[in-house]
Design a protein around this ligand. Structure first.
Ligand code: CDT
Length: 307
């Protein structure tokens, strides 16, 4: 038996500050149409896929940044994407900045079914970067100023014939992200990212960005017996070069498709969800082999405690 999801990773090239939402939505619809032609059931877009990566700039009054956030989804501007999904019978996953009615700001990703209905919303748990203006940096990474961390944690939803989870960018570097979803039986994790090549706190990591990106997603996939779909917004955006290398990773940890450019580019793969059982039922048979009784520190403490 096999349960196949044909999934597309719709990498985006840069979105500059002056690019309109309308023009970006057109790019997304074009990628969704390419996905439909390739037989995709589901197309995954990057983190903050509607705008430039605005946390690279600091503003003293956060309300002057409100225009980067979505107050409703769908909205009149994003409706064409939902209409295209329904017309084509292709679902999608979309990252955007969310401003709630009661003033909360989240880095959010939604999962939309083939009929254009929203089936799940995930808000980023691990918020990287800094809270305050750091004027000595060549560019800011002020996500901790612009977004609050989700208290809802990681969900897994029954959709597209399988168990689908979501994570956003920095979440992919933390093994707990995958394991919490692994414990809910996840079979495919969808992840959008914006990863500047230059890591200001330690530039020695710059040449390793691609390696680390693959390392975390391949190990997370293998150790939890799940597909992982990682999708970049890459290229030079407002002078900041960001990683491409979007990829689809099998439960074996093998990369089955990878983007070659740092531009708008669709890659896709036929993903057999039943492949997950080979790992979940053998080496990573959690119920048989895990030892939660000795893992207490993982949830009891945040940082290192030296004896
Ligand atoms: N968007 C995002 O989470 N980016 C981070 C950059 C490194 S932290 C400054 C990432 O983990 O890729």
């Amino acid at each position: 038996m096999s349960r196949i999801i044909t999934v597309g990773a719709a990498q985006l090239g840069p979105i500059q500050k002056d690019h309109s939402r309308e023009s970006v939505v057109q790019r997304l619809v074009s990628l969704l149409r390419q996905g439909a032609s390739a037989g995709c059931d589901l197309v995954v877009f990057p983190e903050l896929a509607l705008t430039t990566f605005f946390p690279r700039w600091f503003v003293d009054d956060i309300t002057t940044a409100d225009h980067w956030y979505e107050r409703q989804m769908p909205s009149p501007v994003t409706q064409p994407l939902f209409d295209a999904a329904r017309e084509l019978g292709v679902g999608f996953c979309l990252g955007y900045a969310e401003l709630t009615d009661d003033g909360h700001r989240f880095n959010t990703q939604i999962l939309v079914e083939k009929d254009g209905s929203v089936v799940a919303k995930y808000r980023k748990v691990h918020i990287p970067g800094h809270e305050h203006h750091e004027p000595d940096r060549p560019f800011q990474h002020a996500e901790r100023y612009y977004f609050e961390p989700s208290m809802e944690g990681f969900g897994v939803w029954k959709a597209f014939g399988g168990r689908i989870g979501m994570m956003i960018c920095n979440d992919r570097r933390w093994p707990e992200t995958y394991r919490v979803m692994g414990l809910k039986g996840v079979e495919m994790i969808l992840c959008g990212y914006n990863t500047p090549i230059h890591y200001v706190p330690d530039p020695s990591q710059d040449i390793l960005q691609g390696f680390h990106n693959a390392l975390v997603m391949q190990s997370g996939a293998y150790q939890n017996g799940t597909w992982v779909v990682g999708v970049a917004k890459g290229g030079v955006e407002e002078g900041v070069d960001s990683l491409g290398q979007s990829m689809i990773v099998a439960p074996s940890g093998q990369i089955v498709a990878q983007a070659l450019t740092t531009d708008d580019e669709l890659i896709f793969a036929k993903c057999d969800l039943d492949w997950c059982a080979r790992y979940k039922g053998t080496l990573f048979d959690f119920d048989r082999y895990r030892r939660p009784e000795v893992y207490g520190n993982i949830t009891a403490q945040r940082g290192v405690i030296l004896d």
